[in-house]
Design a protein around this ligand. Structure first.
Ligand code: V0D
Length: 253
């Protein structure tokens, strides 16, 4: 890992202040697209691309830690992904365990906290158990929040929120008049998290694909043709720089 800024020593405070002035996004969300195409271009099966995508996740997590990002939300598995061939789904759903087997000790020493958003209970037990173990192991860490969108779909999330709201109104836990957009946010899976400042999508497509529809209302979008397995720390820093440029320009008006 190339560390440009020594965040783990006592010079930290000053660097962090510089970062704040430079307006680092607190919360970055990423749609990690292009894994299947990366593999197909090389004549490999799609799953080879997903596997390669895992090491890109590790690189970006380290880059986020080094850049003092507070929250990194990664779209790993969408509610629509169940439409894929069973063998591919089966392979993908084993990746969390594989990822954590390799990288959890590193994440712990980097003070990273792991969380998830999405329909966790519908995942197979081998996925749930591996991820739950990591959540428990890292729950007291107060560095980067690494938030995996796992079996996540934004419309599902919104419908789930509406049902819960109706039930709370029925039980007089909530009054219709008290329901505003900030109250509504409390019913989403992202309850308690700030909205993303920056959305990155790799792989060339420019759409949201049912990701964080409510939360991205004011977010800056950054798209790249780079396929996710090829995405580097340098690409990540380019996105950060462009975000800072945009903010500076708008701030000046
Ligand atoms: C495949 C590219 C890490 C996108 C990255 C189950 C598609 C690699 C995780 C992971 C996936 C999830 C939770 C966790 C630790 C790691 C992961 C999935 C897919 C879907 F606690 N990579 N990764 N999860 N891919």
């Amino acid at each position: 890992m190339s560390m440009k800024i020594p965040f783990f020593n006592y010079k930290q405070t000053k660097e962090l202040e510089v970062q704040r002035v430079e307006n680092t996004p607190d919360h970055i969300a990423i749609i990690m697209d292009g894994n299947g195409r990366w593999a197909q271009k090389r004549g490999l099966p799609r799953i080879a691309g997903h596997k390669e995508g895992v090491s890109a996740v590790n690189k970006v997590v380290k880059a986020a830690v080094n850049s003092n990002v507070k929250i990194l939300t990664l779209y790993t598995f969408s509610t629509e992904n169940w439409k894929r061939p069973k063998s591919e789904i089966d392979f993908i759903l084993r990746l969390p365990k594989e990822f954590l087997h390799i990288y959890l000790p590193d994440l712990i020493s980097n003070n990273v906290r792991i969380e998830t958003i999405g329909d966790f209970d519908s995942l197979p037990s081998y996925t749930r158990e591996a991820v739950q173990y990591a959540i428990d192991k890292t729950k007291d860490n107060d560095g980067l929040l690494l938030n995996f969108a796992l079996n996540y779909g934004s419309r599902l999330e919104i419908v789930h929120a509406v049902k819960q709201i109706i039930s709370d109104i029925d039980n007089s836990k909530l009054s219709i008049d008290a329901l505003d957009d900030s109250q509504f946010s409390n019913y989403l899976f992202t309850n308690g998290l700030s909205d993303p400042d920056l959305l990155i999508r790799t792989g060339g497509e420019q759409r949201l694909s049912n990701f964080l529809l409510w939360q991205l209302a004011y977010t800056e979008f950054w798209f790249t043709d780079v396929l996710w397995p090829d995405f580097t720390e340098e690409n990540f820093l380019s996105a950060l720089e462009e975000y800072q440029q945009r903010k500076r320009r708008y701030g000046g008006i």
